[in-house]
Design a protein. Structure first.
Length: 425
């Protein structure tokens, strides 16, 4: 149960933060956000404010933003649809009800034959079942339409649609989702550093544990000793320490440490061990960078850890070209659920840490130049800037459909691979 709750919270927060990024920049660009949904599936609750309908839906998995004129936004009333029109005192339509779940007692019943809710703003059809006369009604610019599931959203005239915004603002809107994921990662890692009392110190090597019977224990090393030099060579991070010990098995090595503010020199003879079929030199200690408790270090950790995750993901993506493609390098919802369950068993801080890492991961993966992803949309924006005009809606639709199909196939393959790994390990 803890794993399920952790999965829902982590996945939900990451997706909602992503969608809010698109929402925020769309609003600033003058693009009509017709709906902002928390969750998926049938709606439980809705409220309209400033042109946007906010809904809570039954499945607590993420959410979505529905922008006017976007590829996934439709506002066409099929001929033959039975609707009820609500008119103002001037006879202009302020609401079109196409749902049988909502009743407008004082509305005008109309069987719609044609409509234009983008350019000229009108709807026409047969009133009260009288097919001898076609009546046309003007539609208000900010009129609403009650859709089949009973959700009331604002109609989308051309001037508030996505494509009507400037190229720069559309690019910001497309980039807003990944940007928010990066910001979530940065802010969360900063909070983690403050909760932990400091940030990992990568500029030093501190002894964390000492293995009994090994050279370090015999030489008198103690926990919290900070390594300064190995045979007179300055030691910075943990990688430095390992490099200085290599090829010194069986040799006498002098290691200078800082203990309780005083410098102490210890003599040790490293030994050779086989780890994962590789020969390594060890003295029998577990090392860490310790914690930097300064205020600056805690703030800086949000940025450094986010950058570390980004570079690590880029290395994995690069390995697809240098080391071959492997589904084992990818993970889908099943892998996220597994990770959530494991994190939940270690406590809430582990769950929050995983959420920050996954948020950065989602932000970067969404920026890949693949159609249907935000990166693919940004690539089309760049093409538009170079060409001086956008790609036709038909071509963009085909490109997006192909990209979505490929992503769907990849997701199916990754999910299947996740299940196989789950039941074989």
């Amino acid at each position: 149960m803890k794993g399920i709750i952790a999965f829902i919270l982590v996945f939900g927060i990451i997706v909602l933060v992503h969608e809010f990024g698109h929402y925020f920049f769309a609003k600033r660009a003058g693009i009509l956000v017709r709906e902002f949904s928390i969750g998926m599936g049938p709606k439980l609750f809705w409220h309209r404010s400033h042109g946007t309908t906010y809904t809570i839906r039954i499945l607590p998995l993420g959410g979505y933003v529905r922008m006017a004129g976007a590829a996934d936004d439709e506002d066409e009333i099929e001929p033959g649809t039975m609707a009820t029109l609500v008119l103002n005192d001037a006879g202009v339509v302020t609401s079109i009800n196409t749902s049988d779940k909502v009743t407008n007692v004082n509305g005008v019943p109309l069987q719609v034959s044609k409509s234009d809710l983008e350019k000229e703003l009108w709807v026409e059809g047969y009133e009260n079942g009288d097919e001898s006369v076609v009546k046309r009604y003007p539609v208000d610019h900010d009129a609403t339409i009650i859709e089949h599931d009973g959700t009331e959203v604002q109609i989308a005239p051309l001037d508030v649609q996505f494509q009507s915004a400037s190229l720069g603002r559309r690019m910001l809107t497309n980039f807003g989702g990944p940007l928010n994921n990066f910001l979530l990662g940065i802010i969360t890692f900063i909070i983690i550093a403050f909760v932990n009392g400091g940030a990992p110190n990568n500029s030093q090597t501190m002894i964390a544990q000492i293995e009994p019977g090994m050279p370090a224990a015999q030489a008198g090393f103690k926990a919290k000793d900070v390594v300064q030099t190995v045979d007179g060579q300055r030691v910075g991070d943990i990688t430095d320490f390992s490099k200085h010990l290599q090829n010194k098995a069986g040799k006498t090595v002098k290691i200078q440490v800082l203990r309780n503010g005083k410098t102490k020199t210890l003599t040790v003879k490293p030994v050779a061990r086989t780890v994962d079929k590789k020969q390594v030199t060890q003295i029998g200690v577990a090392v860490t960078g310790g914690l930097d408790t300064s205020f600056t270090a805690k703030l800086k950790y949000g940025f450094t850890e986010t950058w570390y995750i980004i570079t690590h993901i880029l290395q994995i993506l690069g390995s697809f070209f240098t080391g071959g493609f492997s589904l084992n390098k990818l993970g889908g919802p099943v892998a996220i659920y597994q990770a959530s369950s494991q994190a939940a068993s270690f406590g809430w801080l582990s769950v929050v840490t995983m959420m920050a890492s996954l948020s950065v991961n989602l932000g970067l993966m969404n920026l890949l130049p693949i159609p249907a992803l935000d990166g693919g949309k940004l690539l089309l924006n760049v093409v538009e800037a170079v060409r001086g005009k956008p790609i036709s809606e038909e071509k963009e639709g085909v490109i997006t459909l192909i990209g979505f199909g490929l992503l769907l196939l990849l997701m199916i393959a990754v999910t299947w691979n996740d299940f196989q790994r789950l039941f074989t390990h």
